[in-house]
Design a protein around this ligand. Structure first.
Ligand code: CP
Length: 313
């Protein structure tokens, strides 16, 4: 692949290749000296048109630990504010010969469109409700490390699936790797057409969490609700917030995941989130750096294979 725009185009073998390489970067990231030069001489530009803590920081650290020259565009201070379009912004940066562009954008499809206009490799850091491929990959690595495998697991994705690119990318990835995925939440936030992904749908946490190996919680993504149905937080927590009582329906060794940012007391109880025996939320963050290193390393190898004497053709 030239770009990483989504999980949809990836073959299970490619997913496994990324995760296997990421394992080696987990080890590198735990060393006192966390440095490699596999991206030395390459330029990485991060363009985040939407807020981020985890994804932006981990892409920046990943590039720096691999020796790339990393530039973070301050999009709020860019000429976008003077009316320049996304495409003209991309063409302008493209003229400076970057090698890797990391892009987050609030509109579904915007990153794919941008990728058609530039010569370098583009990594989707989340586009609207569409895809968040590196999140699904880091979740997959976290599950594989915790459970010892990434197939034939029962996994519940709970909460606001309708507005979640994380849920969509995870559904696709976990399905490709032959897991059984359940979606759990109110019908307004888990549209029944998601059944087309081959998953089971539940609107009751007791039924949805029964005997699952993995519980993945999602926040209410109010910024994408377009003034539609917004549940009261109190009522939502009562019915769908993960607490010890609801978690007891899952297997005794079920792990708890959350992509962040997390709203304690809304979709998850703070004591569950902090329970080091059940929650792997901090491991997810750690795996994010390793997975992004692996993704950029593999795309850079493809770029080098496509170039002649270092000049893109
Ligand atoms: N999970 C995730 O994408 O978090 P950020 O929005 O903080 O990057």
């Amino acid at each position: 692949q030239k770009h990483l725009l989504g999980i949809e185009p990836l073959h299970p073998v490619e997913i496994t290749t990324i995760l296997d390489l990421a394992e080696t970067y987990v080890d590198l990231n735990r060393r006192a000296v966390k440095h490699s030069d596999v991206l030395a001489g390459l330029t990485q530009i991060n363009m985040f048109f939407e807020n981020s803590t985890r994804t932006q920081a981990s892409f920046e650290l990943a590039g720096k630990r691999l020796g790339a020259d990393v530039m973070n565009m301050a999009m709020q201070a860019s000429s976008i504010k003077k009316g320049e379009t996304l495409i003209d912004t991309a063409l302008t940066l493209n003229a400076m010969n970057p090698d890797l562009l990391v892009v987050r954008h609030p509109h579904s499809g915007a990153v794919d469109l941008l990728a058609q206009k530039v010569n370098c490799a583009v990594l989707n850091a989340g586009d609207g409700k569409h895809e968040h491929p590196t999140q699904a990959l880091l979740d997959a690595l976290t599950i594989r490390r915790a459970k010892g495998r990434l197939h034939r697991l029962n996994i519940a994705i709970c909460g606001d699936v309708a507005h979640s690119r994380v849920a969509r990318s995870n559904l696709i990835l976990l399905g490709k790797m032959e897991n059984r995925v359940r979606l759990v939440g109110p019908p307004t936030l888990v549209p029944r057409q998601f059944a087309e992904f081959g998953c089971e749908i539940y609107d009751d946490m007791e039924e949805g969490l029964k005997d699952v190996d993995v519980v993945m919680m999602l926040r209410l993504q109010r910024e994408r609700m377009d003034g539609g149905f917004i549940p009261s937080e109190r009522e939502y927590y009562h019915r769908y917030g993960l607490d010890a009582e609801k978690l007891a329906f899952a297997k005794d060794d079920a792990i708890v995941m959350h992509p962040g940012p997390m709203n304690r007391g809304v979709e998850i109880d703070g004591t569950i989130a902090d329970d080091i025996n059940r929650s792997v939320i901090q491991e997810q963050v750690e795996m994010g750096v390793a997975v992004r290193m692996a993704a950029m390393d593999l795309l850079a190898r493809n770029l080098r294979a496509e170039t002649q004497e270092g000049v893109y053709v």
